[in-house]
Design a protein. Sequence first.
Length: 51
Amino acid sequence: VLFRVVKPYDIILELENELKPQLIFMAAYSHSNQHRLLSGCNTDHLFHLVA
């Protein structure tokens, strides 16, 4: 059994580099506005990492 604790956007970037997809679909807002303001979301993190 393998168990890893990682940030979802790290895995998404890893798979993007490996598979080279033309498009990635992600849910943009699954948290409350307060939660997004304080901690952000995976979509926000990915946009900042690839920009």
